[in-house]
Design a protein around this ligand. Structure first.
Ligand code: V47
Ligand code: SF4
Length: 383
């Protein structure tokens, strides 16, 4: 049944939206996996990437209060938190699994033989990237975010700072009265290295209004990302799936991402985010493993202009993430260390994995584990 699409995929031709819908609808997940693996293999060979990273959420206080978000709180509400810049600096210094200063991954025994070491971005605290996203705080001025980034850069000059979703950037632009370009350029000057892909949710207007009526429309999310790419900031892209959207909504979402990527080439990775229903205002259940794998594979095949597809183990679980490496994913994210957004919504995973555990997951999927930096340059290859 998928033979016409398979023909296109093996010929390296772009598939249509109609084809993508058929991929989402098929029950033939073995063919789907084979096609996605073919595309992934052409792009990344047998490599599967991970990074030593840490997540930090400066605040969960948010003026948007999206209905699917169990993480956010209103100001003054029980459970609301704000981290000071000093607290953020201290958290980063705690590092991976309490690893002590001066000890790097290569000085510890790992589960794979180290065969290459091209770059050395590992800082003394054991991570190479910090991932910072938070709520839209009603009182913090834009300068606070600039100070946050420059203070982190000052304390940890080698650390890559991946921070702020397109939703936050739009908010900074509004509260500061600066243009998008100025907002982004100021952050870049302070030390922002790249941007994560959150806040995309589902672009389809009807569904977006049900999920998050206060959030910027999909068109604005894309506009912010385009502006980021134009000022030289690479970003990721995401799609929240498994709530109230239809399969056509997913295809529409992917199509808008593919269209922007054709123009800017600024996206590094696409990350499908599996909806978690607990403590949210949207009814629903956890996504099935089959849906997770289908979504991964269909995305890999349709997004022919994206170099990387990430299986975010925090949301998918370790086992489905491992299988996703056979369904088109070439990246399983990283050590994470502390995760609040998914865990507020009933994540079934832990909050951290060691680099050794990530290597083991990847190797047992028959892939070559590659530790990467924030731009997918090889740090180490584990044979
Ligand atoms: O923007 C919120 C989503 C995102 C729920 O770019 C939920 O490398 C599931 O974007 N169930 C944040 N998802 C996470 C994110 C991300 C994660 C890892 C890597 C990268 C990257 C980006 O999480 C939010 C929102 O889309 N989210 N609530 C929920 N209940
Ligand atoms: Fe705020 Fe982001 Fe949560 Fe929406 S998803 S309520 S914008 S923190």
């Amino acid at each position: 049944m998928l033979s016409a699409i398979a023909k296109k995929v093996f010929a390296g031709k772009r598939i249509t939206e109609k084809d993508a819908l058929r991929l989402f609808e098929t029950d033939d997940i073995f063919t789907l996996g084979a096609l996605a693996s073919h595309v992934a293999g052409k792009k990344n060979g047998v490599k599967a990437y991970f990074i030593r990273n840490r997540h930090i959420n400066p605040t969960n206080i948010c003026v948007n209060r999206c209905k699917f978000c169990a993480f956010s709180r209103s100001q003054g509400q029980e459970g609301a938190f704000e981290l000071t810049i000093e607290e953020i600096i201290k958290k980063i210094g705690t590092g991976q699994n309490g690893r002590v200063r001066g000890q790097t991954a290569s000085s510890k025994k790992s589960s794979g033989r180290q065969v290459a070491h091209h770059l050395s971005p590992i800082t003394h605290h054991g991570i190479s990237e910090v991932h910072i996203v938070g709520g839209l705080h009603p009182e913090w001025p834009f300068e606070h975010y600039l100070n946050m980034i420059s203070a982190i850069k000052k304390h940890y000059p080698k650390l890559h700072i991946k921070a702020f979703t397109a939703v936050e950037i739009d908010y900074f632009s509004k509260i500061s009265g600066r243009s998008l370009q100025d907002t982004l350029a100021a952050l870049k000057k302070s030390g922002l290295g790249s941007m994560p892909g959150g806040g995309a949710e589902i672009f389809s207007e009807g569904i977006r209004n049900r999920l998050c009526p206060e959030k910027i429309p999909g068109a604005r999310w894309l506009e912010v990302m385009e502006a980021a790419h134009r000022v030289g900031i690479r970003t990721n892209a995401t799609m929240l799936y498994g709530h109230v959207e239809s399969l056509s909504d997913r295809v529409d979402h992917l199509s808008r991402l593919r269209g922007l990527q054709d123009r800017t080439k600024g996206f590094q990775a696409f990350i499908p985010l599996a909806y978690h229903p607990k403590n949210t205002e949207i009814e629903g259940s956890y996504t099935s493993g089959i849906d997770d794998l289908k979504t991964m594979a269909a995305s890999r095949i349709f997004l022919d202009n994206f170099d990387h597809i990430k299986a975010y183990w925090i949301m998918l679980g370790e086992k489905i993430s491992q299988l996703a490496l056979m369904f088109g994913a070439d990246d399983i994210d990283g050590t994470i260390i502390e995760e609040k957004i998914t865990h507020s919504a009933g994540a079934l995973t832990g909050e951290r994995l060691t680099a050794e555990q990530l290597v083991d997951l990847i190797q047992k999927a028959g892939k070559t584990a590659v530790e990467r930096d924030s731009f997918y340059r090889t740090v180490r290859t584990f044979a």
